[in-house]
Structure formats: C-alpha cells, structure tokens
Design a protein around this ligand. Sequence first.
Ligand code: G6P
Length: 614
Amino acid sequence: MCGIVAYYGPDQAYDFLIKGLQRLEYRGYDSAGIALLNGDLRIYKNKGKVSELENVAQGQNLSGTRGIGHTRWATHGEPNTVNAHPHLSQSGDIALIHNGIIENYDTLKKVLIERGHEFKSDTDTEVLTHLIEEIKEQENVDLLEAVRLALNEVVGAYAIVILSKNDPNTLIAARKGSPLVVGISDREGEFYLASDATPIVEYTKTVTYLNDNEIVAIQDGKMTIKTIDNVSKSPFIQELEISLDALEKGGYEHFMLKEIFEQPKSIYDSMRGRFDPQNLTFAMRSLEEYASKIKNLDRIIIVACGTSWHAGLVGEYLIEEFGRIPVEVEYASEFRYRNPIITEDDLVIAISQSGETADTLAALELAKEKGATIYGICNVVGSSIPRLTHAGAYTHAGPEIGVASTKSFTAQVTVLTLLALGIADIRGKISRERLREMFAELDTIPQKVEELLQSCNEKCKEIAAAYVDAPNCLYLGRGYNFPVALEGALKLKEISYIHAEGYPAAEMKHGPIALIDEEMPVVVIATKRNYYEKVLSNIQEVKARKGKIIAIVTEGDEKVAEIADHYIEIPDTEDCLTPILATIPLQLLSYYIAVMRGCNVDQPRNLAKSVTVE
Ligand code: G6P
C-alpha cells in the first residue's frame, strides 16, 4: 500500500506527480502530498484524496524540476494532514516519501529524541528522515552514503525517495520489500520513479525495476545503482508492454464496471496460445520445464490472500479432480507464521494479482528457503512475486484499477484450469477424450461470458434495487460453487459495506440458518451439473424460514426458478468451469448495490489494492 512517484528532469515536476498519484490512488487514499525542489523545498499535503491535494496546491508556487509525491494507506499514525507524506528532517532540508513499515522505528526514535530531535508526526517514516540527516551530519558523509548507512540500521520494508535542499541535483531512492520502478526517458537526464509502471507509461516505456536492498541515485543527470552493502549494480533495462488505454475508464462510470465487462477478453487473453485443441498439447513453458518434478509430486500448497485465495480454492478442486494430487490452500498470513511443514518435494503456488502482497511474498520466501519449488500466478508483469519464483504463468488480465478484484479472479481461475489440466496430462491422469472435451469447452468460455454479461446486466440492476438496504446477506454454494459463494460475499462486503458471509450450502444448518428470517437475502449458486438436488433442498430450507432467495441457475432451469424470489441464468458449462461464469452476476450485483448506496466502488473505504504491509 501507499503509492509513490518522483520526477527528476528538465521539466516542471508537478503535473507528472499529480497524474501519477491519481494512477496510484488504488494503493491508498488516506492522504496525499508532494514536495517540490527549486532552490527552496516546498511541501503541500492534505488528508484525503489527490483531488483534495490539488485544491490545496492551487495558487501556490508549484515550480520545481525535482519532485516527489505520495498517496497514503495509513499504518502508523491516523490518516490526517500531519501524518501525510512527504516528511521532513529536523532541519527541514531533507524530504522523504515511504511505502512500507519501519519496524524498529520506536527504538530509533527514542535515540534520536535523546539527541535532541523533535518529531511532528506519529509516523515511522519521519524517523527515517531524521535518521538520515543525523548520520549525514555525524559521519560527515554525502546524502547517498547517509541513506545507505541509515538503511543498514533499519528493520522493515520500504520503498523510499529522498530530496534534499542542499543537493538540488540529486534524487535518491531505495527499496526493500516494497516495489519501485525507474522510468528512463529518451531525453538525457530525465527520470520518472513510481511504485508501479502505470504513472510512467505515458512518458517512457523504458524502465528498470529496482531489486530488494538496492539504492538508486540520480546525480547530475546520471543514474547509478548500488546495494546497501555498497556493491555497484548494472540496471536491467526492459520495455513496458502496458498501453495507456488500459489505464483509462473507456466510457464506463467506474473502473470496476469496465473491468467486469472486459472479462471476455481477459479470460481469452489468459488462455490464448496456451493449448492446442487440435493436437491436444499445451504451450506453457513452466509445464515443460518442470514436467519431471510434476510427475513425482506428492503435494501442492497454494498460498494467497483475499480474492486470490478464493481462486486458490477453485484451484484445489481443479488440481485434485484432474491431477489427482493432494492440494492444501493456505492464507499466506497464517502459513508463514505457523512453522509449516515444507519439503523439497513440495510445489508451492502463489496466486496474486499485484504480485506484491507482503504476506504472500513472505510465505514464498519461506517456502523457497525450505527448498520447495515455487510457482507464481500473477497479473502484474515484473512485480516482486514473479521475480522470486522458479516458474509461473502470468494471468493476462491487463491492469486492474478497481480495488475490488474482478477480472483478475476469472483470469486466475482460467490459468489454474490450464495448470490442472497440464498437471493431469503430465501425470497421465486424463484421457485424450476428456482433454478434448475440456479444451473444446474452454474455447467457448469467452463467448459465454460475453453473452452472460449482456443477458444478466439489467436483471442484476433490478435485483440490486430490491436489496439496496439489506443489512446482511448470505451466499451459499457447494463444490466448485463454494469458493464462488465466498467471493460473492467478499465483493458485496468490500464495496457496499453490507455484512455478507459465504458458506458451503450444507454448512448452513450448522449456524447461519439461525440468521434466516424474511429480512435475509440468500444468494444461492444452484447450477445444474452437480449437487443440484442437494442445493435445491438447501433452498427449500431457506424458503421454509421465509428467507429471500436470489438464485444463480443454469439456463433453462425451471425447478429453482419456480421457488426462488429472483433468479439469474448462466450458460451451461462443465462443472469445473462454472466458477468463471457464476462469479460474473455476483460481481454485477455487488457493483449495482454499492452504486445505489452511493459508495465509492473503485476506492472502497479502508481498503487498498496492493497490500504491501503484513
Ligand atoms: C487486497 C485487495 C484484494 C486482493 C487481495 C490480495 O485485499 O483489495 O482485492 O484480492 O489484496 O491481493 P493480490 O494482489 O495478492 O491478489
């Protein structure tokens, strides 16, 4: 969380900083601030969104060809203007922005207070700014060396950028655990820094991603990189593949709606070129390279958080059904702290849209240390998780800006389906006949999603209007549809702030049934291929207690449609592919309910898209 941007070059920095912060707002929107350097060092910051910062900046002196900007997701210190970044050093000469957490800030702060430092904010970040200045003065070293020495005293995670009034031709940045990209302009001496590439792509496609423990210094228009142990590094320069269009709303009212409607394409892109339905072969390099490992696997562990964890659950069902390997799905945060049993024979799969989630990253590091083979399913190219893994497959969902994950989920399930089939193929657990059927059905999914979006959109709006004031909502599903129920409930919670729970339908009688009365909407995924009669009984149980049923049914279904208060039809498909289709009306339902409740669907309160703190 927290987004950072910086500019160093011949132009005025302000416009790039503001636009960049807007692009990074998905990372946090508790406060925003900038520092501009033009002889003097000026800071403008404010509680709330970037648009409010713009109001504060209006009419002020905004000149400066060096600048840094920050959009905050609060950790240490409440989200107010004082705690907003940038933070200044004791003298006010050094300004710093930070994404991450300085874990030993308290110890450092005590020592600095003893030495006469006075702090204005409650943040961990301000301590680092003071520490750098203290070291610079005490050790009589230049800014770069002071930063390096300070980072050697710091425990925690950071991406930081520093400007100093006394070093107008210097900009220093560093990373450990939080992402940082440097964009290199065609114009000599011009650089753009950001938490991800989205603010940069409009200006240059040439970038280098900083590695952990690296410090980048731009001094007199030249860039150098070294580690915090003082070892020089050559930057690995690459070209960005993101297009600017993908970062705009494209006529939709919200990014979330755009992203829901992009799913026919994002699902297609995630499977495109990865299998050959004629020859029944796969074109996934990771499968080829690790074929012998996969053949001898005894166990797979999937680690993830949030929506990606729900995709992981679908992955468990898929891999166990097709590959016949036991799969465990773990919350990354629990896995990493409970001394898990991991061996060199394990395959650990991390699923993450951002590729930056701190807990998932740490879980992977742990698994890697213990010798497991690690595999990533991520969306953001070049992010930290893919850079750590031995192998992996990107979801090609394109940039997802809405904080609530939509197209990433269906893309993850698509990739997991291919992975499960690939594993099954390598292990000889799937017949040619069945593989042919699966490939044929997969081929139809993007078109089915397209038809579904057209057919269910209005219906979702109508149903949303009927439940806009519901205080609670229950989601039920069995088998492959159980993770869909969890994901449906999460979507509603996240963006509409309605309390919602997902349950395996049969578990309802072990507790949640006590909540059901005529006020309680119950969303039931009741598709035809599996457990149909059993889910039908669960629906009857809800009806008997006067609960309101919103059913997701297979096209042409009459039985459920007859007893449900509302129903939404989805195209028939293989049971294992149902999650991709059944999720879509649930996304739309949450979206319309949230819009009708006046919620900010793209930036729900307290949430951030990229969770780079534990
Ligand atoms: C945050 C986001 C969720 C996301 C989760 C995991 O909570 O708001 O939408 O599912 O992080 O993120 P990841 O990037 O690892 O998939």
